[in-house]
Design a protein around this ligand. Structure first.
Ligand SMILES: Cc1ncc(COP(=O)(O)O)c(C=O)c1O
Length: 529
């Protein structure tokens, strides 16, 4: 795009009067080319201002309740991150201490997940950019191990498959497509939104490289039953002479379960669990860009996938998809692990779980939602409308945006895709007062929507209005106009009656709702008529 409406940036640069305030200068009046590199330089203060102004329109990360990813860290850790911004993690010779910190993290994570390692023994694992990279690496290890076994036995090794629930995160689908493994998904059903272990085992055959269980489904935070899967799969393996292993995708649950649900057996305590991934940037409490993958022991990671770097006389195995990456996130993870310790993580996770419980009960009290998340699981509150005939969850999500909240609405995975849900992720920085505020705003959005005709009627009325406008005739003089008006009145009347009736059954419904409804519905119908 050319700089059309004002002088070129070079000219602006020449006439730029430094006494002018930034906003009186010509820089903020000019359009920078968006899709090609500008011909001339921009002064640093102007570049800073232009970009930070544009970024003001991004959402506020702290109010982004869509994401599991950390949005707050202590200022001391921010300082460490800033001081390591210019360090490339992969330069292990130059930054041996950073490498050492990563090794310590891998060991801490593996031991947290009960890997069977002796004291002083090194854990097998790697730091990654997130759970997605961790899952690619774990998947590749399973694929290669299965191929090696098949080749050794003189059996075909060209049709690998893996079994997951249909609720898996997209990274599993990516792995399957990028690395040519058939993905066999156990379908969900209404009121059961995680993988059914029995059905997963039914989908296995001699070409199955692994079954993946999720500790904290992305959809509703629920933990899958890894112990039951382990037992059923062990029986099947024994019966068929297979060696199908389990991977646990503990992207969000891996930093929750060990601290607050120690009795749930999901990790290396189960013999078939051979690898586990966790996102350091979720409940590991580090900003975006860090994940971990750990293997049960050396035999579970085929040696030919590991590249060896010799640093300071020690053998440094590396197994990653990329080469360069920032060192800050590794340092930040180490900070959190030693700063918080087991007890610190435990209190934060307890606090998140408690806030999720309170939020769940407040949302339940509104009387309009069904809760789809569980008390035990990742601290998320997933909920859907009991009656979405007039307005749906997407409209609630849109409405909440007006108050600054990002609360996503999305549909469940197959075969429960007819269920739409809203999801609030409760993170460390989501306080009780924010939870109270959110509930107030959900109520406001509901009142606003109740006062509006249903989405369908709005769409029909708008279409008819547009048509009559095009034909330049008054709405009431066309047949479709009259019909639309009548249908609109009918629906408003019906929905008012239905809501009134509903309120007498749901004692949680506020009485004022009926009034607001009536008032706004009338107002709206007047507008249309
Ligand atoms: C269960 C699960 N697996 C994997 C991922 C991908 O994780 P990352 O964003 O760390 O790559 C997510 C992200 O939400 C997830 O919830």
């Amino acid at each position: 795009m050319a700089l059309t409406t004002c002088k070129s940036m070079k000219e602006v640069s020449r006439v730029h009067n430094t006494i002018d305030s930034m906003f009186a200068s010509r820089y903020v009046q000019c359009e920078l080319p968006k899709f090609e590199i500008p011909m001339h330089e921009t002064p640093k203060d102007a570049a800073y201002q232009i970009i930070s102004d544009e970024l003001m329109l991004d959402g506020n990360p702290r109010l982004n309740l869509a994401s599991f990813v950390t949005t707050w860290m202590e200022p001391e850790c921010d300082k460490l991150i800033m001081s390591a911004l210019n360090k490339n993690y992969i330069d292990m010779d130059e930054y041996p201490i950073t490498t050492e910190l990563q090794d310590r993290c891998v060991n801490m994570v593996a031991r947290l997940f009960n890997a069977p390692i002796e004291e002083g023994e090194q854990a097998v694992g790697a730091g990654t950019v997130g759970s997605s990279e961790a899952i690619m690496l774990a998947g590749l290890a399973f694929k290669r191990k299965w191929q090696n076994e098949r080749k050794a036995a003189g059996l075909p090794w060209d049709k690998p498959n893996m079994v997951t629930g249909a609720n898996v995160q997209v990274c599993w689908e990516k792995f399957a497509r990028y690395f040519e493994v058939e993905l066999r998904e156990v379908k969900l059903k209404e009121d059961y939104y995680i993988m059914d272990p029995a059905k997963a085992v039914e989908l296995c055959d001699e070409n199955t490289i692994c079954v993946c269980a999720i500790l904290g489904s992305t959809y509703n935070g629920e933990f899958e039953d890894v112990q039951l899967l382990n037992d059923l799969l062990s029986e099947k393996n024994a019966e068929k002479g297979w060696h199908i292993p389990i991977h646990v995708d503990a992207a969000s649950g891996g930093f929750i379960a060990p601290f607050i649900y120690p009795d749930i057996v999901w990790d290396f305590r189960l013999p078939l669990v051979k690898s586990i991934n966790v996102s350091g940037h979720k409940y590991g409490l580090v900003y975006a860009g860090i994940g971990w993958v750990v293997w049960r022991n050396k035999e579970d990671l085929p040696e030919e996938l590991v590249f060896h770097v010799n640093y300071l006389g020690a053998d440094q195995p590396t197994f990653t998809l990329n080469f360069s990456k920032g060192a800050s996130q590794v340092i930040a993870q180490y900070y959190q692990l030693i700063r918080l310790g087991f007890q610190g993580y435990k209190s934060i996770m307890n606090n998140c779980a408690e806030n999720a419980k309170i939020l769940t009960s407040e949302i339940e009290k509104i009387g309009r939602f069904k809760i789809l998340s569980k008390e035990i699981g990742v601290p998320v509150v997933a909920f859907s409308l009991i009656d979405s005939s007039d307005h749906d969850e997407f409209e609630i999500s849109d409405g909440l945006r007006r108050y600054g909240w990002t609360v996503p609405a999305y549909t469940m995975a197959p075969d429960a895709q007819h269920v739409t849900l809203l999801r609030v992720v409760v993170r460390e920085d989501f306080s009780r007062s924010l939870a109270d505020r959110l509930v107030t705003d959900i109520k406001r959005v509901l009142a606003y929507l109740d006062a509006r005709p249903s989405k369908l009627i709005q769409a029909v009325t708008e279409a008819v209005q547009a048509e009559s406008k095009e034909k330049a005739v008054p709405l009431a003089s066309t047949v479709s106009g009259v019909k639309a008006t009548e249908a609109f009145e009918e629906v408003v009347h019906h929905s008012r009656k239905k809501k009134h009736h509903g309120a007498s059954h749901h004692h949680h419904h506020s009485h004022s709702r009926g009034h607001t409804n009536k008032k706004h519905a009338l107002h709206k119908s007047n507008g249309v008529c």
